[in-house]
Design a protein around this ligand. Structure first.
Ligand code: AMP
Length: 189
């Protein structure tokens, strides 16, 4: 199974590139952010997720891990999965290793998109026009998401680096150029 963790700060292009990888390699794309946004906003779980995501804070690990595992379990015959926006903490990375190991598989690689902070901010503000996402529109929330990434999420790269699975990819350039960089790394494995 090809299990790709597509990693990077908010606005790095994970969603856009996930669609390209999904098409090219026939993978299932799982974005925990998309799953949270698709929850019924009136349900208990929907309200809980929104209370964190609207502020740019992480949804607690316990809830997120459960949601991710349920989502993966919907695709028992997948030839591979792109994990987009998960894991975002070391505890989530450990839980994913355990979960996949119980299925006789493992994370194949982490592809980490590297984009400077100023570029992230301008991309997110531009995206707010089309995404309608509250967390894309407000500079304070954007800053909080970037800080959360730097403090809680960036260490996840070290987790995979220690396993020899980290690949850093320059995330600046045209969408097609970045897609090609990702394909090159995957095809070289
Ligand atoms: P995203 O669409 O990946 O930018 O995620 C939007 C929001 O959903 C984040 O700011 C978090 O509040 C929440 N979220 C998504 N994925 C995770 C995760 N793996 N762990 C915790 N919170 C998450």
């Amino acid at each position: 199974m090809l299990n790709i963790v597509l990693f990077g700060p908010p606005g790095a292009g994970k969603g856009t590139q996930s669609e390209r990888l999904k098409e090219n390699y026939g993978l299932v794309h799982i974005s925990t952010g998309d799953v949270f946004r698709a929850l019924d906003p009136e349900s208990e779980l929907g309200k809980l997720a929104k209370s964190y995501s609207d502020k740019g804070n992480l949804v607690p690990d316990e809830v997120t891990i459960e949601i991710l595992e349920a989502e993966v379990s919907k695709h028992p015959n997948a030839k591979g999965v792109i994990y987009d926006g998960f894991p975002r903490t070391t505890a989530q990375a450990e839980a994913l290793d355990k979960f996949l190991s119980a299925k006789g598989t493992s994370v194949s690689m982490m592809l980490s998109l590297v984009v400077p902070e100023e570029e992230l901010k301008s991309r997110l503000i531009a995206r707010a026009e089309v995404s309608g996402r509250k967390d894309d529109a407000d500079p304070e929330i954007i800053q909080n998401r970037i800080n959360t990434y730097n403090n809680s999420t960036a260490p996840v790269a070290d987790f995979y680096k220690a396993q020899g699975k980290l690949h850093e990819i320059d995330g600046v350039g045209s969408i097609d150029t970045i897609t090609q960089r990702l394909f090159d790394v995957i095809d070289a494995q």
